[in-house]
Design a protein around this ligand. Structure first.
Ligand code: GLV
Ligand code: GLV
Length: 323
């Protein structure tokens, strides 16, 4: 008898093909590019043996109870897992698959692009070309900050943080500082110096947040955090929106406490179009597209399908989360 699987969104065809070729499960798909409503999610998971979800689906006790005792595996199409209530999942003996590594390069590239866009004011420049503000080559116009000779601070030098650091060093970065729970031996490759957060904040010209969202990092970037940064520093976040207190970031950007910010993640997502961060010229906001290359999303789709199948069949998953 085929096992039941609920997939909460249209996913790359690479993933769907693997699921159907396996011949072990019957897939019920929320056949849309828009999120499944909560009520539909609760209905869709009923009796499911497997759940393939996205980072925008909150998987908590209510969803697990709605699914019932068949549920063996949750496979998320993401490296982040802060949307999963791991304590509740563990209690029920459910395995979890996720998609680390395969999105590291794409996310690091996007983060570098966002850093440069914010530091060199690309969206402002594009806008001026379109609206006729470009009247001449002007010595004092649209100046920003460069990486050459700078100090970069990475908060969370994990897989993605390290990939960002590797890409930034060839721009002529002078010092690479990082902070987090522990010093990392592999940081030597980028001459990374493990420093207290306060040191990183006061000495960095660019601050890149690439830590995971945990109780310790929730709201980490607040008024006190921004007040320790240089007035010329650029802040970039490609991790999770709630690592940042957005009211405090708005104040820091509008008062000139810091120079600019680039955000690929916000609270909430999507950010309402009338949000005041969007009124600031020195804030570049992207719609959470860190891993969005065609090839990376295809590979993520395939990996999430393979993880799901491993969980259904009680075999190894290519990327199982241990928790
Ligand atoms: C993206 O944010 C992910 O967690 O994959
Ligand atoms: C810039 O285009 C320059 O020639 O300095």
């Amino acid at each position: 008898k085929l096992m039941k699987v609920f997939v909460t969104r249209r996913i790359p065809q690479e993933g769907m093909k693997i699921l159907s070729a396996a011949g072990v499960c019957e897939v019920s798909l929320w056949d849309s590019d828009e999120p499944v409503q909560r009520a539909e999610l609760l209905k869709g998971v009923q009796g499911a043996h497997g759940l393939l979800c996205l980072l925008s689906d909150k998987i908590d006790a209510e969803v697990l109870d709605a699914a019932g005792p068949n549920l063996k595996v949750i496979s998320t199409l993401s490296v982040g897992f802060d949307h999963l209530a791991l304590d509740e999942i563990k209690k029920r003996g459910i395995r979890v698959g996720y998609t680390p590594d395969v999105l590291t390069d794409a996310t690091a590239e996007l983060t570098v692009a966002l850093l440069l866009a914010a530091a060199r004011r690309l969206p402002e420049g594009v806008e001026e070309v379109k609206n006729g503000g470009w009247s001449s080559w002007k010595p004092l116009w649209l100046c920003g900050y460069g990486l050459s000779g700078s100090t970069v601070g990475v908060i969370g030098l994990g897989r993605i943080g390290m990939a960002i650091a590797r890409r930034l060093m060839p721009f002529g970065v002078n010092r690479l500082l990082y902070s987090g729970r522990t010093a990392k031996a592999y940081a030597a490759e980028v001459k990374g110096e493990f420093v207290p957060l306060d040191t990183l904040l006061s000495e960095s010209d660019f601050i890149v947040v690439s830590c995971s969202l945990t109780p310790e990092t929730l709201g980490l970037c607040d008024k006190a955090f921004f007040s320790k940064m240089k007035n010329t520093a650029v802040f970039v976040n490609s991790s999770r929106g709630t690592v940042v207190n957005q009211e405090d970031l708005y104040e820091a950007l509008s008062s000139g406490q810091i120079a600019a910010a680039g955000l690929d993640v916000t609270t909430p997502e999507p950010l309402p179009t009338d949000h005041r961060l969007l009124t600031l010229k020195n804030c570049v906001v992207l719609p959470h597209i860190g891993s969005a290359t065609y090839s990376t999303r295809g590979i993520m789709g395939a990996l999430s399908a393979q993880n799901l199948l491993g969980g259904l069949q009680g075999t190894d998953m290519p990327s199982e989360l241990t928790f």
